[in-house]
Ligand binder design. Structure first.
Ligand code: TEU
Ligand code: CA
Length: 585
């Protein structure tokens, strides 16, 4: 039964940690200033040393690169800019040989307007592929009024007029990314086959780009008014429109299950479990529906609420409580602090590495799958690029946005120029930071911080943020309670207001009782307490019993004892005896 997941024996993806590689910016392997597959291959040992297990590669398919690969013209081909199919296969086997997994970025919602399907489709109303995309006559002829009031996900209207046939096509994102028509069974079948193709080639899972937009209302009803100007993490409505008919359609939820069945089928054939993680926007309770009524849909959905959670114990306690409630076992929440579309999280923390260590501790010890964005472990920050110099097509499309609105958006972590969070990886302090050869012009400028902030410097400093991530990843891997255990929040009455505490115990208490596991069988001491001090002051905490070991501190050394003094922004993990007294009310 697909829904039954035994958390005391989790599948690899349930205990994994995903590292997102923005391919263009990670490592250039052929000295053209653009990151590529050969570059990733050359850095696999680095990734293994850091301790991440699953790599997510952003799109490497053939593409005009107007949205840097999220505009695909041939999803079966590797773009020569990034390498070849042979290199991709070499990368897959080299990763697998190191016990790592690789997932790819699947853009199902749209293609590039240079995709052969769209070229055919736009030719005439009788084109056999006309119905592969969403073409509709306007409300008035000659391009005078679009078919309805729908806005794209990024603000302007999403209908685009094509004079050749006097009709409009729909694009959820940028105008050169026409949406496919999933109500056409041929489209659906072709895209499912595409997923199977890449999985059979050896990929371990799929990240699904704007999954929530796949289906649109069949009757094209007007979207109602919304008072929201800007979309937020738990409310994608914006630009004064409620996206009732453009996203989250019931058919998309059904499709999640169809896709899951296709993936399970490939997994059954070759015996390697795969996973799907979908991009959708909204409150966790709504996002959960993508996982299917019987955990038979997407395995995971991105939860972006962390982006907007205040750096304070009560705010993160509420977040954990909500994720635990909405994504109770067998579901799993995800912990995401950044990606290639949003301002880097360190900026929200006032560029304070101590606070970053604390959030990393939370991210890697809460119950769920963490997603690390490249450069986060080194402490990379956002690039400062004047809008006129932007490479991101989204920046060009939002150039007319008034300054006050751009500033407001920025305060919400929404980038109008996503180049800012896509800076070349800072490997060392040599010219071009080891990203590309000296003398080559990288596709985006290096952050001037690279001379101090880089992998080599971070590895040389035992107290760096990078070392903190490495220690956490190692501990997480070694400790079943952390990668497979249940999570129980500490009763806040037992803690100072600025301290967040939770316990991870494995196997979950009920499963343990049923299987009558002995302490030995379960691994002694598979019960740990995580205490996080969100304040700049020392905080006193009394544990309910003497801990048996300190497993980790953001401050490296910590004394063992029942009475703890948590230092400013200290995150502490202690091993607690199995018969631990209650910590929640
Ligand atoms: O992004 C979807 C999306 O709507 C947002 O993340 C958006 O980029 C953000 O709100 C703007 O600030 C996905 C990809 O992650 C993105 O890189 C692609 O450009 C987009 O889909 C289209 O494929
Ligand atoms: Ca290159």
């Amino acid at each position: 039964m697909p829904g039954s997941v035994n958390m005391s024996d989790p599948t690899w993806w349930q205990k994994t940690c995903v590292y997102q590689i923005y391919l263009r910016s990670f490592q250039d392997g052929n000295r053209d200033g653009i990151g590529d597959l050969a570059g990733v291959l050359a850095r696999l040992d680095y990734l293994a040393e850091l301790g991440v297990e699953t790599l997510w590669l952003t799109p490497f398919f053939r593409s005009p690169q107007r949205d840097f690969g999220y505009d695909i013209s041939d999803p079966y081909a590797v773009d020569p800019q990034y390498g070849s199919l042979a290199e991709l296969q070499r990368l897959l086997s080299a990763a697998h040989a190191r016990g790592m997994r690789v997932i790819l970025d699947m853009v199902l919602n749209h293609t590039s307007d240079e995709h052969a399907w769209f070229v055919q489709s736009r030719r005439s109303k009788d084109s056999p592929l006309r119905d592969y995309y969403l073409w509709r006559p306007g409300r008035r002829p000659g391009g005078a009024a679009p078919p309805n009031n729908w806005r794209s996900m990024i603000g302007p209207r999403g209908w685009h007029y094509d004079a050749a046939t006097d009709e409009w096509y729909w694009a959820s994102f940028l105008p050169f990314q026409p949406d496919l028509n999933y109500r056409n069974p041929q489209v659906k079948a072709a895209m499912l086959e595409l997923c199977r193709y890449w999985l059979r080639l050896g990929f371990d899972g799929l990240r699904l780009d704007i999954f929530s937009a796949l289906f649109k209302d069949a009757a094209l009803r007007d979207n109602p008014f919304s008072p929201h100007l800007l979309p937020a993490e738990d409310n994608p409505d914006g630009f004064f429109q409620h996206n009732q008919y453009t996203i989250d359609q019931p058919d998309t939820l059904d499709f999640a299950r169809e896709l899951r069945a296709a993936v399970d089928e490939v997994a059954a054939q070759d015996g390697v479990p795969r996973f799907l993680v979908g991009e959708a926007f909204g409150p966790p309770a709504k996002l959960r529906r993508y996982c299917g009524p019987r955990a038979d849909g997407l395995h995971l959905v991105f939860l972006f609420k962390t982006f907007r959670t205040r750096f304070a114990a009560p705010a993160f306690r509420a977040l954990l409580r909500e994720y635990e409630r909405e994504f109770a076992s067998p579901l799993l929440p995800t912990y995401v602090l950044g990606n290639h579309d949003r301002a880097r999280y360190l900026e929200r923390l006032g560029n304070d590495p101590q606070r970053a260590k604390l959030l990393a501790t939370l991210q890697l010890t809460a119950r769920g799958v963490p997603f690390i964005y490249y450069g986060e472990c080194v402490g990379m920050t956002n690039l400062d690029i004047p809008p006129a110099a932007a490479k991101d097509a989204f920046a060009a499309s939002s150039r007319r946005v008034p300054g006050w609105l751009a500033r407001l958006a920025r305060r919400h972590g929404l980038l109008l120029n996503r180049d800012e969070c896509r800076g070349p990886m800072q490997w060392d302090d040599s010219p071009n930071a080891g990203f590309t050869a000296p003398g080559v012009t990288p596709w985006l400028p290096l952050h001037p911080s690279y001379r101090q902030v880089n992998v080599a410097a971070a590895q040389a400093d035992p107290d760096s943020l990078w070392r903190c991530y490495q220690r956490l990843l190692r501990l997480r891997k070694q400790t079943p309670a952390l990668h497979a255990g249940a999570l129980l929040l500490w009763d806040e009455a037992l803690l100072p207001p600025q301290v967040l505490g939770y316990r991870r115990s494995s196997p979950p208490p009920r499963a343990a009782a049923a299987a009558e596991l002995t302490e030995d069988a379960a691994g002694a001491g598979d019960c740990v307490d995580v205490l996080l001090n969100f304040s700049a002051e020392e905080q006193a905490v009394e544990l309910p019993q003497q801990p048996t070991a300190v497993l980790f501190s953001t401050h490296r050394e910590a004394a063992l004892g029942r009475r703890l003094r948590l230092r400013p922004y200290e995150g502490l993990i202690v091993r607690t005896g199995r018969a631990a007294p209650p910590i929640s009310g």
